[in-house]
Design a protein around this ligand. Structure first.
Ligand code: PSU
Ligand code: MN
Length: 285
């Protein structure tokens, strides 16, 4: 039987979580994958070299150094050519992992449509539209314009499933009022993916796994902190790639670390579900 592989990304390590817990989390996620019968491959770029499976030393490097780039698919070649070290986002991680034959990927929250007054739509969506992988996340990041993100996912023909839920989860928040197709088990997810391959249908199977009750943040608390974080974004005129990391760090500040704890727990839960899906897929092949 072939090895059971899951991909993990490195932007959440370098730019999503605060130092130094980021490194502990990255290593713990890998350990959870192993305990659940899978080999973790954390994707990143070290001095221009694409790594599918960063070593512990490389994870520490990506999680510590200050000049680590954040690259989506469009900047992979830039980091390689200029021999830079880079953390890969959902889009770049998918592109690289897919070309190495990995079919299942676990992350925290996907990128999407931001609520800025100008056009800011994550590259994640384009990659999800063209690359056939199972991607497990806790929903679009709550900092996004969720309605527009869902519409955009639909336009791009991305298959979306709610794991044991028929309402869109939104990262730290367990649920919204946006409807979803519900699935009940990793078996069902694996069989939908099996048919996506069999029928030669492109694009990701995006599985939204809601954060557990214990770590979920109430809509009310989230909105309070989000308002303050958005005000800071405007005050400091942060733009482009900086937007997501900036908002996440301001939310961590205003929530007194609560959002960080939630982010860590949802990541762990997504890795567990991703492993269950890989195990089901390997039974089907
Ligand atoms: N999930 C997390 N934390 C993160 C991210 C995801 O829990 O920091 C990262 C992912 O790498 C995702 C990126 O691809 O945020 C989206 O960034 P942007 O909005 O700039 O495309
Ligand atoms: Mn953006």
């Amino acid at each position: 039987m072939s090895e059971k592989k899951i991909a993990l990304e490195s932007t959440v390590i370098a730019h999503g979580l605060p130092k130094p817990v980021n490194i502990d989390v990255a290593l713990e996620l890998e350990e959870i994958a192993r305990q659940n019968g899978c080999m973790p491959y954390t994707v990143g770029i070290i001095d221009g070299q694409i790594k599918v499976g960063l070593s512990e030393k490389e994870i520490v490097e990506i999680g510590t150094k200050e000049d680590v780039m954040k690259v989506g698919t469009s900047e992979i070649a830039v980091a390689v050519a200029l021999k830079r070290s880079a953390a890969t986002t959902v889009s770049a991680t998918m592109r690289i992992a897919y070309s190495h034959g990995i079919k299942v990927f676990a992350t925290g929250g996907i990128g999407g449509v931001h609520s800025t007054e100008y056009w800011d739509v994550s590259q994640d969506l384009m990659e999800l539209a063209r690359t056939r992988m199972v991607v497990v996340s806790a929903g679009p990041k709550s900092i996004l314009d969720l309605k527009s993100t869902v519409e955009m996912l639909e336009t791009l023909q991305i298959t979306i499933l709610g794991y044991k839920t028929d309402r869109l989860p939104a990262f730290y928040c367990k649920s919204t009022d946006l409807p979803l197709t519900k699935v009940e088990s990793p078996e069902q997810i694996a069989s939908i993916f099996f048919y996506k391959e069999r029928l030669n249908l492109p694009g990701a199977l995006l599985v939204f796994n809601p954060i557990s009750d214990e770590y979920a943040i109430s809509q009310e608390d989230f909105e309070k902190w989000q308002k303050l974080a958005q005000e800071d974004l405007e005050k400091f005129s942060v733009k482009g790639k900086g937007v997501t990391p900036f908002l996440l760090s301001r939310l961590a500040y205003y929530s007194n670390g609560k959002t960080v704890q939630s982010n860590i727990e949802l990541l762990k839960s997504n890795v567990r579900l991703a492993c269950d899906i890989v195990c089901q897929l390997s039974k089907m092949q």
